[in-house]
Design a protein around this ligand. Sequence first.
Ligand code: MTE
Ligand code: MO
Length: 469
Amino acid sequence: RADLKTYNLEEVGKHYNKENGIWVTFKQGVYDITDFIEKHPGGSSKIMMAAGSSIEPFWSIFANHNTKEIYELLESMRIGNISEDDVISNVINEKDPYLKEPKRHKILKINGQKPFCAEPPPSLLIENFITPTELFYVRNHLPVPEIDLKSYNLELAVEEVTKKSFKFEDIKKYPKHTITSTVMCAGNRRSEMTQVKHLKGVSWSVGAVSNATWTGARLYDILKDLGINEDNYNHVQFEGYDLDPSGIPYGASVPINKAMDPRADIILAYEMNGQPIPRDHGFPIRVIVPGVVGARNVKWLAKIIVSKEESPSQWQQGDYKVFSPNTDWDTVDFSKAPAIQEMPVVSAICKPEQSEIIKVIDGKINVKGYAWSGGGRKIIRVDVTNDRGKTWHVADLIAEDNNAKEGRYWSWTLWSIDLPVKKESKEIEIWAKAVDTSYNVQPESVENIWNLRGFLCNAYHRVKVKLEH
Ligand code: MTE
Ligand code: MO
């Protein structure tokens, strides 16, 4: 781009606010991103970290930016080139922050490499009520932190004041509780929503969900020890050891009534399926908030803060919220919607998979899947049809948490049905919908729940298959 103006880095550095305009550099290019700030899907505060400077170190952490579409978008905002001398001094020998990631199982379908996001294949997902740890989906936002158990420290604060500092062994001294809980990402099934209208974000199929047993100390016991009066605060915040390029940790919070309810079964977990929690899932300690969206189940727990305020984190304030289908990036105001907490009722067909060819046996095909609802609500029924709802068949609930108490059904329910199909049909579309104990039902169409971040895609799940008679 020799036709463009040349700037030196000193000039670029002056453009770090709205008054002067916001410029960034990338490789040789200078870009004026002033008008794009508010439209940045990762939040305006994140992109502002690069103002007047290079975006390269940020993109090496948020490597999901390295796509043709995003390069083109950036190029459309180009105003010039960096001077020759500065290009040389600007090449920072950035070490890849993802060099020390853990090994992962090959069967996982990778939806994002840096940060690592992966899900198990649907047919394997529902083979076990308890998901084998190696198959449990992974959703990271940043590089996996390296934590040494000996120096691990967990801080407990009330507002800005640190009240306690725990070593790993201190947490283990609390009464040991084991729960079985499903964790589900708010973006699960986003791939269906993106077909209605294009979305940014990890394109999850039905596998951004898994079920495991979690063992650890109850948050309730720890907060009770501290003598917290629930009436004086509103939220309990969590921070992880994973840091963004400016040193800000991943963070989230839950309302205090949830955090201080012993029946909410919130666990500071150090074991997953009876073993120490592996690095990808939060070694050595993560929070499990049963029935609540995955994003609040903070991994690599570094700090707990009892506060009047919600977590200030981008992931609490400027993400993981849902809007009306017509709200777009020009009109969205993240401060106007509450953060997702308890999850709505959802189900998915995992077997057969989309476009599979199925042999019909005695006029029937076997269909299997999962259903789950947030807030401890039990799945009471799953309905399945292959004639667009003229005939609904009730599936058998084949695995659920038999020990769960009323209102504390944290695990998913697996279901199965031998579905009768018509002799003449060559191709069918199977639909599934679940009902929870509050008689909540799933919405019929994805279109009417479409939202710009692609969250909570819980419409009837639909799978098209070919039949062989
Ligand atoms: N905790 C930290 N510290 N950092 C993260 O990136 N991702 C969250 C949550 N906790 C995340 C985190 C999100 S969005 C989800 S869906 C779950 O972890 C995923 O948990 P898993 O990787 O164990 O399946
Ligand atoms: Mo998530």
